[in-house]
Design a protein around this ligand. Sequence first.
Ligand code: ADP
Ligand code: MG
Length: 710
Amino acid sequence: MLLNEVKAKQMLKEAGIRVTDTRFAASRSEAIATSKKLGFPAALKILSPDVVHKSDSGGVKLNLKTSKQVGNAYDEIMASISRAFPDAKITGVSVQRMASPGVEVIIGVSRDEQFGPFLMFGLGGIMVEVLKDVSFRIIPISEFDAAEMIKEIKGFKLLTGFRGQPAVDLSALEQMLFQVSRFVEANPQVRELDLNPVFAYPDGAVAVDARVVKEDSRDTQIEKKKKEGPSGSLDFFFNPESIAIIGASNNPNSPGFGFTTQLLEYGFKGKIYPVNSKESEVLGIKAYPRLEDVPGNVDFVICCIALKHVPALLDTSVKKGVRGVHIFSARGSETGLAESKALEAEILERARDYGIRLIGPNCMGIYCPGAGISFSYDFPKGKGNVGAMVQSGGSSTDIVKYGGLYGLKFSEVISYGNALDVNEMDLLSYLAEDPETSIIVAFIEGLRGNGKEFLELVRKTAMKKPLIICKVGKSRAGARSTMSHTASLAGSSQLWDIAIRQAGGISVRDIDDLIHMAVGFNFLKPVRGRRIGTGGSGGGRNTVSVDEWEYHGFEVVPLPQEIREEFKRRGAQLWYCLDNPADRSISVPGDPFTVGALLKEMSKHPDFDIICADIAAEDHPYHRETFVNWIVNNLDDYIRLYKESEKPFFMIFRTRPLGVAELDHWFWRDVSKMRSRLIEEGVPFFPGVDKAAEVLNAMIDYYERRESKS
Ligand code: ADP
Ligand code: MG
């Protein structure tokens, strides 16, 4: 139901939102009388449920200075409306006083299927219509969000006193955005809202037009709630006392072989019970024909048999005190077949009745090096502090392996597939509380839980630890492929990034970016500024880097004279040439100036926020000894600097993909050794400035937002 301008403004006014005083007039004479009462000049507008854009069809008359003009305007409005919409139902007209001119902005509200109502802000006129220069936030917004929404639009300058125009009252606009958000929160029946335009003044702001669409009935809100899984920690998945593998096997090509081998290989300390109807031993340990034959209770079951046997397996599991089952088996709802969906529904119902939690179906399950559980034969055995929840199985392997190439190690990785029971909400809650996990990465194909509750959980989690999310299937084709993959309905695309960022999370495009972000948050000290001290290559490469840094909004500040003087004191030959970026090619063996020494001075100086050693593997116009003594050994300085620097420090380490022939060449071997040293020492590095800049910008944003909330 569309509320007309008068009713909409009434409702907004009651919520404390400033609108022009607007009255209803049913006739020509009432319009004249009301305009006299409100004062001239007046504005008259058509009120009709059938006319949404009033001025387009001659339904708005402005600047009416006398009663006579008001009377004429009334006649003209009625005439044009009956021409344009002969069947329109006409309620009457609205009468208001002309507001003094201001900068026109727009505030709007619409609804997203996944995240509910969201707010839009933009500049009026062509800025919105042609340039689509708008910003969005999910409702409710904070005051911090309100300020950001305004600053974020490209036309922001027009609000700050451009070309002699007075600056507008930004805090009044922030206030209005905030109030609209509160209004929508308090009135869930509001589906859409438009304040178009709002006049912004040097002092205050007022909405001169308003449109509100309300839900007719209230009962759409009531959703059928699924029976929830038992709440409480999922610790038994990560620290079980005993594990039974259903379908354990001596056949190296079977998954049951893999899961059993890994428990042995990774040193699982609890009891291992292979279950196989035909074998009396699997991998040298006693096997049992059925789960019920296992002595005593079992904590955790890994199920590798066909999905159709799972309901019966659950019947036995409950008798054995099983708390969690990982269903590796696929061919569930991801097939799209009705019978598979029905089977999943039956499995879920039984699990809920028995109080058993399920991971999967159609997933790799758990890698928890600390507990000696792994789903892959060549994951690292050492534990780290990155927690990963990954809906896809293959991507979980990518994250562990590619992440390892940048030094990331994991507390636990959960590949959770179709998320029939344990879903993103459960896993995120677990990782948020897990003391072993200090940053979280998530790869999500589709949300299983409620979008708003997910955002709330992101918000709470991000206050505690960085949370990096890669949501795939945001594009149309992507949505189809996730649909068939893990039976996910990908959520709405546009708003996802905004919603995650607003909640304090970091939204990334792909697995590589997810890894770079994780490297930044895992290894760097909090980044709070964009003044960078850098160096490590020769002139040309350094200059390319500087250009890139500036392009990404960073400032390569000039080297302070006192640092030059310091190197003069130390006896550096070319002390007067030293600069930021530090030029490796002017260093001379034995000289007190080295790139590391200069970066170290920068790291102690208040002019710098971040320090970067930027080296390229290809940089070797020397014979082997010089390369090793000079360039490879510079690495020691950088590693030391990383450990000692008060400022966030990282490296750009430029290498190239290698073929096997290159692996035999001394140079590439030395370069690869350099990389391995960085990984071993836990020094963060990125493949180029663009990636590093993206990460640093996200970090600055994250810490700013987090601190604004605390
Ligand atoms: P619609 O958007 O339905 O065409 P509006 O009520 O927004 O109708 O009116 C059209 C334009 O008229 C507005 O964009 C604004 O520039 C101007 N206008 C409307 N009401 C007033 C007012 N009270 N004071 C000054 N200008 C107004
Ligand atoms: Mg309007």
